[in-house]
Design a protein around this ligand. Structure first.
Ligand SMILES: O=C(O)[C@H](O)COP(=O)(O)O
Ligand SMILES: [Mn+2]
Ligand SMILES: [Mn+2]
Length: 559
């Protein structure tokens, strides 16, 4: 912040001491919901989380983790890791990518910016390729935004358009890919009626093609590159609808894991490889699962896989995905400017920080927590540790994931005396919840609870403080419900499994021997959300939060 008189120095909290180690535990995908058989947290044995809830009513509460409370367009939007960790770390609510893209499309400003003008240069002689997640999940992308962009780009001179789809089934129901492809095909045929050569060119399931994250498995991105850029894939079809329907019929195939395919013409030639002179837009607004492809598309020096052919293209992201790396350098909509995060303040006020998760959530407690910024603020005071995730598996086959290892790293960091804040993300409830496997999700929740125990025991040993929370719901509700809350059945009478996040609130629990005995949750904040946690954590470290942060959740009684 450039305004005069600005200082990074945080005022001392009038009542709370400094010097107590604080453990901040984020249970990914751990919401609060009615107790029934589809609530895996309820079904699982979770004695530690239960004791936090039932043991100290003034030190356990719920906060909002979805919708406008985390900067999403409406309260119908479920929470997600990006917006959840942004809010937890930044202590304020920023209009998020989904909302910023909506606004830029509605006002038409998206077409006036540098990013669009840059790709537009290719419209005369080249093809416009749009690559991204095809669903209305609103977590990484949204179908209606793609539809508007298709319309807007074609009205502004794009003559040849190729869409490279990634089917979802993770932020939306499995099987919904068919309907989304039909909708898109319909839009593209309307464009064709107007003389625009517009087609779907390739596709694949998001978890198997393109949308890996935090460099867990570059093979995923390579499969996408081969189909999208080179026009090569193991499956070839005349239409995307046929592709999705046929590939879904394979045993065990689902939307998340469809194999890569390309669409071919009558002579068997791929209809949409990327060539010199083309423009490419990655239509996802969320960063984590687009950064790897962005690197492959943008970097001249790239050694993560053999790209075989590197076309000279104009590439823009829907947003800039990494502000520190300035990646990509061209983008259609400016990302939220999340500055002065709690992590940066605390490090600048001497708080030595340790952050840890396994690969699939590592960037959540670092990159997202720090306002979509990679790297350290001060490497002399911070240590970020990544426990390697399993790769190439769906997490229902190993639902304990690396919870134990993460907890042990956190324990060791606390016991070492080298850190003032030890922050972790425990991925189990979320990553296994997304598989839709209820039994495995129960095992996952138990494992996460056991990990919390290890960390809280260490907090006990060092006389510290803990704050346990979550970024959004997932494992607490595994079934699609009607408005009355009753499970919805499919045509064959089975329940419709919910693989996505939920709209549920999440718990915040505080405690530990280092917690001042007078600390309790305030009852005067009307609808607190995840953004209230940052000020709370700053207080637990003995500081007042900056004035523009969402207010703290705690007060300190004098006795
Ligand atoms: O990317 C994913 O895995 C899902 O779309 C969202 O899950 P997350 O927000 O918990 O990462
Ligand atoms: Mn999450
Ligand atoms: Mn998730």
């Amino acid at each position: 912040m450039a305004s005069s008189g600005f200082s990074w120095t945080l005022p001392d909290h009038p009542k709370l001491p400094k010097g107590k180690p604080v453990a901040v535990v984020v249970l990914d995908g751990w919401g609060e919901a009615n107790a029934d058989q589809y609530n895996c947290i309820h079904v699982a044995q979770t004695p530690v989380m239960d004791s936090l809830k039932n043991g100290a009513p003034e030190k356990w509460r719920l906060v909002k983790a979805h919708g406008t409370a985390v900067g999403l367009p409406s309260d119908d939007d479920m929470g997600n890791s990006e917006v959840g960790h942004n809010a937890l770390g930044a202590g304020r609510i920023f209009a998020q990518g989904a909302k910023l893209v909506d606004k830029a499309l509605a006002s038409g400003k998206i077409y006036e910016g540098d990013g669009f003008n840059y790709i537009k240069e290719s419209f005369e002689n080249g093809t416009l390729h749009l690559i991204g997640l095809l669903s209305d999940g609103g977590v990484h992308s949204r179908l209606d935004q793609l539809q508007l962009l298709l319309k807007g780009a074609s009205e502004r001179g794009a003559k040849r358009i190729r869409v490279h789809i990634l089917t979802d089934g993770r932020d939306v129901l499995d099987g919904s890919s068919v309907g989304f492809v039909e909708t898109l095909e319909n839009d593209l045929s309307q464009l064709r009626e107007k003389g625009i050569d517009a087609q779907i060119a390739s596709g694949g399931g998001r978890m198997y093609v393109t949308m890996d994250r935090y460099e867990n498995d570059w093979g995923v991105v390579k499969r996408g590159w081969d189909a999208q850029v080179l026009g090569e894939a193991p499956y070839k079809f005349k239409s995307a609808l046929e592709a999705v329907k046929t590939l879904r019929a394979e045993p065990k195939a689902n939307d998340q894991y469809l194999p890569p395919f390309v669409i071919v013409d009558d002579s068997g030639k791929a209809v949409g490889p990327v060539n010199d002179g083309d423009a490419v837009v990655t239509i996802n607004f969320r960063a984590d699962r687009m950064v790897m492809l962005a690197k492959a598309l943008e970097y001249a020096d790239f050694d993560k896989f053999d790209r075989v052919r590197v076309p000279k293209i104009r590439y823009a992201g829907m947003l800039q995905y990494d502000g520190e790396l300035m990646l990509p350098s061209h983008y259609l909509v400016s990302p939220p400017e999340i500055e002065r995060t709690s992590g940066e303040y605390l490090v600048k006020n001497g708080i030595r920080t340790f952050a840890c998760s396994e690969t699939v959530k590592f960037g959540h407690v670092t990159f997202f927590w720090n306002g979509n910024r990679s790297g350290y603020f001060d490497e002399t005071k911070e240590e970020y540790v990544e426990v390697p995730s399993d790769s190439g598996i769906t997490f229902n086959v190993a639902p304990k994931m690396k919870a134990l290892e993460i907890a042990e790293k956190a324990r060791d960091a606390l016991l070492s005396g080298k850190f003032d804040q030890v922050r972790v993300n425990l991925p189990n409830g979320d990553m296994v919840g997304h598989t839709g496997d209820i039994e495995a999700t129960v095992v996952a929740c138990k494992a996460a609870d056991e990990a919390v125990k290890i960390i809280l025991d260490a907090v006990e040993q060092v006389g510290g403080i803990y704050l346990v929370t979550a970024d959004h719901g997932n494992a607490e509700d595994m079934v699609k419900r009607n408005k009355a809350g009753k499970p919805l059945l499919d045509k064959s009478g089975g329940i419709q499994i919910l693989t996505s996040h939920t709209l549920q609130p999440v718990p915040v629990a505080i405690g530990g021997p280092g917690l001042h005995p007078g600390v309790k949750f305030r009852t005067d904040i009307e609808t607190p959300g995840l953004a209230n946690v940052a000020a709370t954590v700053m207080n637990l470290h003995g500081f007042e939060a900056p004035a523009d942060y969402e207010t703290t959740l705690i007060e300190v009684a004098d006795n």
